[in-house]
Design a protein around this ligand. Structure first.
Ligand code: 5RP
Length: 228
């Protein structure tokens, strides 16, 4: 089975989970990326069950709207019973690296409001120790070099994310991203708190303080549910 087929499988499993556990008329929190897209496509079949969605990126908003979902501003929403999103890595505690698609800040905001965070991932994302996937940090552009020095002092290798044209990658919030290579993240909560405290950091793509509550992991044997 290809990685794309595994993603479709967990996207469908997440739609089944939401349809079974989330009350009708709810507003669903929706993440960003290829796995989240599979979830959106699968949930579209039951969209009349929901008032709409809160989106974590402009790309996700466009995909939701293409299916006819109403997309709400988070400021106009009182409760988000569930947030469904992918991950770049997830460890045994449900802590994740996210932000490979650059949407980490809005993802973290919606996740912080949601009652339940459902991570959807193919089996390649499960790791013992995070850090093989470069850790994204969204930064205010004028702080890019200063934050790069702090990253290097931690033993990481900071790489400013660029587009295919070689231009700085700009997030939906108008900021830049530093991807940090060569970290072995043995204390995800501690590192998340440390990096978030640096001036100029908007968000670090470590989701440990608010990790996943459960993961639907796509494997060759089927979808495995892991509760944290
Ligand atoms: C985007 C994310 C994504 O959830 C993460 O990059 C996983 O993406 P994909 O499902 O395409 O593998 O954090 O900012």
């Amino acid at each position: 089975m290809t990685q794309d087929e595994l993603k479709q499988r967990v996207g469908q499993a997440a739609a089944d989970y939401v349809n079974a556990h989330v009350p009708e008329g709810s507003i669903i929190g929706v993440g960003t990326g290829s796995t989240a897209n599979c979830f959106i496509d699968a949930l579209a079949a039951s969209k009349s069950r929901y008032r709409g969605a809160v989106s974590s990126s402009l790309a996700t908003t466009a995909r939701l709207e293409s299916h006819g979902f109403k997309v709400f501003d988070l400021n106009d929403v009182d409760t988000v019973p569930v947030y469904v999103d992918g991950a770049d890595e997830i460890d045994a505690s449900g802590a994740m690296i996210k932000g490979g698609g650059g949407a980490l800040t809005r993802e973290k905001i919606v996740a912080s409001v949601a009652e339940v965070f459902v991570c959807i991932a193919d089996a390649s994302k499960r790791v013992d120790v995070m850090g093989t996937f470069p850790l994204p940090i969204e930064v205010v552009p004028m702080a890019r070099t200063a934050i790069g020095r702090k990253v290097a002092a931690l033993g990481g290798v900071p790489i400013v994310r660029v587009t295919q044209d070689g231009m700085p990658f700009i997030t939906d919030n108008g900021n830049e991203i530093i991807d940090v290579k060569s970290l072995s993240i043995t204390d995800p909560r501690g590192l998340e708190a440390q990096i978030n405290a640096w001036p100029g950091v908007v968000t670090v793509g470590l989701f440990a303080a608010r990790g996943a509550d459960l993961c639907l992991l796509g494997t060759e044997q089927g979808v495995e549910r892991i509760d944290y």
